[in-house]
Every structure is written in C-alpha cells, then in structure tokens.
Write a protein that binds this ligand. Structure first.
Ligand SMILES: Cc1ncc(COP(=O)(O)O)c(C=O)c1O
Length: 372
C-alpha cells in the first residue's frame, strides 16, 4: 500500500456533486434559496435559538464579528499567541491591538488563568480559539468577561460539531465564527459562518457582508455603511447542506482515528501527545510535538522524509508574535514560551474521515522509523 496519504482531504460524495450540478444548471448561483436553507440548517444544528449568517470565509466572519461587537481603532482584543495568523490579523486590520496570551502546552488552547492580567482599560473583546476542535473553557472566560462588559468572539474555525460540557459550540455564548475551508471538519469549498443571538450585532453583520445595503419597506435599495462583499454563493451553500448532514458521522470517525493514534503512540517518548479532551472534541487535527533541535534535524527535513514514506505532515501553527509582521509591531515570541515551543515543534499527522485504521498504523510506523 504505497499511495500518498495527505494530512487532510475533504469528503465529497456523488450526491453532493449531482446536487451542485443541479444548482449550476438552475441559473441561481449567487446568494439565494440555498444560502437561506444552509443558514437555517446550521442554526438548527447549533441550537440555542441562534441566528446564523454565512460568509465567504471565517477570516471575513471574524473581522465582521469584531466590527459588529464595536471593536475599532485603538481597542485591544485578547488573542492566543499560537493560532493561525488570521486570528490576530483581523484585529490589526481594524486598527485595533492584539494582546497575546500564552497557550497551554497540552491543550494548545488559550491559558484562561492568564487572561485576567491581560485585560486593561482598552480591552473590548476576548477571541479564544477552540484549537483543533477542543473547546476552550468558555464558562471561565464568561466569568471574566461579563462583569467587565467584554465581548467574547469565539474563533470556532476548528470547532463545528465540538461540544463544551455537552453544549454545541456556537449554540450558546456571545458570538462564534466557523470556517468551512476544505481542510476543516466540513466544507463549503471556501466559507464561514457567524452564530449569535445579538440582534444589533446581526443587523451590522448583514450590512457589512453585503455592501452596507438595506432595502426599505418598498424594496428600494439604500446603503447605510461602507460594507464588504462577503456573501456565500448558492453553489457553495449546496455543498455545505450535504456536508452538515454528514458532519456528526465525520466527527465520530475523526474521534475513532484520534483514539487509535493515542493507543499506538502511548508510551512513545519521542513525541508529546495533545490533550485528549472528552467526547465533545471534534478532532479537527491531531498534532504532536517533536524536539527537532535536540535531534539536529529541521522540521522541513522531517516533513520531506515523511513525504518520502508517502505521508503528508502539516504545521499548525507558528507562534504568531514570532511572525515578521508581529515582530515589526514589537511583539516577541520569547514572551510566550508555550506558544514558541509549539510553534517550533508542532507537526500535524494525517486525520480525515476517509482514513482507514491501517492508515494510522502506517503513519505511526513511519514516525517510529524516522524518530528512533
Ligand atoms: C484558528 C483559525 N482561525 C481562522 C481561520 C480562517 O479561516 P478561513 O480560511 O475560513 O478564513 C483559520 C483557518 O485555518 C484558523 O485555523
């Protein structure tokens, strides 16, 4: 069995392809009935009386959600120091300041015990990431945010289908933003969505995602703010409708595969395993740490060696304060030791629903061969 195993691969079935073809033939391609159907299905999925609005990406969703929560120039937003750069870039793009907080080594999530010391007079919002589909302790964050009037905008890019103490992410709390990029647990090719019950925020989200247009009672167009153009297409929504139906099955398979990795890698000291979490973990990714410096080998060398064995290895993610943009803004990776270590040592092992049990064995055998 020598075929190449990528670190992730979306699962698109023939029924989806047939229904997408029907949308393409229908003549209705941009936002229309399929977008409305997809948003209603997402709202029903997360529950909690949420309204859901879809967009072209989570990056757009996070930026618009922050605007809708009143974040602007000069404000501060608390962000984990290890995440995809978009988690901080959206803050910078608004002229606001990301205030980084270190992550925990095992969960890779924002260390909530360190958030209070990062809150200052200009703090407007906290933006936790549910890294790899493991929920952050939102109850602890809400206890910090509520008395201070801070907003919590969840970067739930990895967390569609994740549950926190039994409740679906996006189905409670303040504002949650999902990603449907092809690497995520479900996809709309590119896409994202915002879930909230905040009527004022929703009004702003609607305007900001489509040119600031508001129609009067007559149906005439008015423009009330300089909005963006971030609406999802009906073609993408049709993909999402199918993916959402299969999501719980995808996530159950991801959990089973993660369980196999834990079994096969338990006791193998050359890698540091991630936190296991509970049944609410949706296992968007399975990341392990490898001490490349001690081995005198670079991560790209390791990735190339694994590719030579037919196995794709990802990197999620470098420490954000260590990226050029953020160094130029005055941040230093050394101030966030866990994020800096994860940034240096993390690798992402293959994990996607179509993987077979034997694929996990293959990955683990290759890891052992490369590392011992
Ligand atoms: C934590 C996190 N936030 C935001 C994003 C942005 O998502 P999108 O590609 O849908 O804009 C990503 C994408 O990988 C992510 O991992």
């Amino acid at each position: 069995m020598s075929d190449y195993l990528p670190f992730t691969r979306p699962a698109i079935d023939d029924e989806t392809i047939a229904d997408v073809a029907a949308v393409l033939r229908s003549g209705q391609l941009a936002s229309g009935p399929k977008v409305l159907e997809f948003e209603a299905a997402l709202a029903a999925y997360v529950g909690g009386g949420r309204t859901v609005r879809s967009l072209t990406s989570a990056t757009e969703g996070l930026e618009i959600a922050l605007i809708a929560c009143g974040v602007g120039a000069g404000d501060e937003v608390i962000v984990p120091a290890m995440s995809f750069a978009a988690s901080a870039n959206v803050v910078v793009r608004l002229g606001a300041k990301p205030v980084f907080v270190d992550v925990e080594l095992a969960s890779r999530n924002l260390d909530v015990t360190r958030v209070a010391e990062a809150i200052g007079p200009r703090t407007k919002a906290i933006m936790p990431v549910h890294f790899s589909g493991l929920a952050v302790d939102l109850d602890a964050l809400a206890a910090l945010a509520a008395p201070r009037g801070l907003r919590i905008v969840e970067d739930a890019a990895h967390a569609i289908g994740t549950r926190h103490r039994g409740r679906p992410i996006g189905g409670f709390g303040d504002v949650a933003v999902f990603s449907f990029h092809p690497n995520k647990n479900m996809t709309t090719i590119e896409g994202g969505a915002i879930a909230t019950t905040d009527a004022r925020a929703l009004e702003l989200i609607e305007r900001h995602r489509f040119h600031g247009i508001r129609r009067n009672a007559d149906g005439e167009i008015d423009v009330v703010l300089a909005g963006a153009k971030s609406n999802l297409s009906d073609v993408a929504a049709q993909v999402g409708i199918h993916q959402l139906r299969r999501l719980d099955g995808f996530n159950a398979r991801r959990r089973a595969l993660a369980g196999l990795y834990f079994e096969a890698l338990g006791g193998f000291d050359e890698v540091v395993l991630p936190a296991r979490g509970d049944d609410g973990h949706s296992w968007h990714m399975f990341t392990v740490l490898i001490d490349f410096a001690r081995r005198g080998r670079t991560r790209p060398e390791f990735q190339r060696a694994m590719a030579g064995r037919g196995i794709g290895i990802g990197v999620h993610y470098p420490c954000i304060p260590g990226l050029s943009l953020y160094r130029e803004l005055g941040y230093r990776a050394e101030d966030f030791p866990n994020a800096a270590r994860i940034g240096r040592e993390t690798v992402t092992l293959p994990l996607f629903p179509a993987m077979r049990d034997e694929d996990v064995e293959r990955v683990v055998a290759a890891l052992r061969a490369e590392l011992t």
